[in-house]
Design a protein around this ligand. Structure first.
Ligand code: ADP
Length: 274
């Protein structure tokens, strides 16, 4: 660097230096805000189930334990609270990995119809509790081979279906369809006739911890991370996710996937055998 001899140049240099540093400081501030916000949200999410579990345990110790029926009921509720905590921690673990880009996709060829059917089976009980019918909205359920990370796509389908049940109406329906799109893509649509999402919230529902109903009394407890996990997974595949929703009419979430280009002969002959 040239030696600065006049005051004006020195002032300019100092200002420039300060300007550069300010940008750095601004970035750091944003990161710090983000971190604080994240930590604040985590402790908030964990607090509710923790206090619930603590409440049941303290009431049991306080004498409720003596009544056999009450004891069972409270222990079951405490166990539910712990289960919820486990889900939240699992989601947090996933979102952290997704946000630092440590996703490590394991791409393989698989039948998306079979995967959806598996998720239907896993969620059958949950849907039955609200008398919601989970159905395919397509004429033929032939295998449709896609190229993606099977486990992660299973999580996507599961999160979207769980939401359609949680925010669905009693005796409602959730339909899923898989259609060919242009070129080598398919689109998976999950449509419900549930409570829907007000327009002003739609652009924000994929943000982590964002919820339309923020009231503590909401019955459908989730981590508020489900859709943000879904979006990260789909985008990590280089694919797209869409949502259309009308309050009191229902919602449709859809995402694209890449079809398998050369179907491996072995798996197609296997599926013929089944
Ligand atoms: P949560 O754990 O709250 O379900 P998500 O990230 O999965 O978190 O969803 C974010 C919010 O988007 C939900 O709290 C809900 O308000 C809204 N939402 C998601 N899916 C649906 C749906 N199928 N119908 C209506 N609202 C939905």
């Amino acid at each position: 660097n040239p030696v600065i001899t006049d005051m004006a140049t020195l002032t300019r240099e100092i200002e420039k230096f300060a300007e550069d540093k300010k940008i750095e400081i601004d970035t750091l501030k944003i990161r710090e805000e983000y971190r604080k916000d994240f930590l604040g949200n985590i402790s908030h999410e964990l607090k509710t189930p923790l206090f619930t579990v603590q409440g049941y345990i303290l009431t049991l110790l306080d004498g409720a334990m003596d009544d056999k029926n009450v004891r069972k009921k409270y222990l079951q509720r405490a166990a539910k609270g712990v289960e919820r905590l486990i889900y939240i921690v699992k989601d947090l673990d996933m979102i952290t990995k997704l946000e630092i880009g440590d996703l490590n996709l394991k791409l393989e060829d698989f039948d998306i119809i079979e995967l959806i059917q598996n998720v239907f089976d896993l969620l059958e009980m949950k849907a039955a509790k609200k008398e919601i019918a989970l159905t395919f909205d397509m004429d033929y359920k032939e295998p449709i081979m896609v190229h993606a990370d099977r486990e992660k796509i299973q999580q996507v389908v599961s999160n979207l279906l769980v939401n359609s049940i949680k925010y669905g109406q009693y005796n409602g329906t959730t339909e899923i369809s898989v259609e060919n799109l242009i070129k080598n893509k398919v689109i998976v649509r999950i449509t419900d006739n549930g409570e829907g999402i007000p327009q002003e919230h739609i652009s924000r529902i994929f943000e982590r911890f964002y919820r339309v109903d923020k009231s503590g009394s909401r019955k459908e407890g989730g981590s508020g991370l489900g859709l943000s996990i879904v979006k990260h997974i789909i985008e990590a595949h280089g694919e797209k996710i869409y949502v259309e929703s009308v309050p009191d009419v229902g919602s449709e979430f859809s995402f694209t996937l890449e079809k398998t280009t050369n179907e491996p002969t072995q798996s197609s002959s296997e599926s013929e055998l089944l």
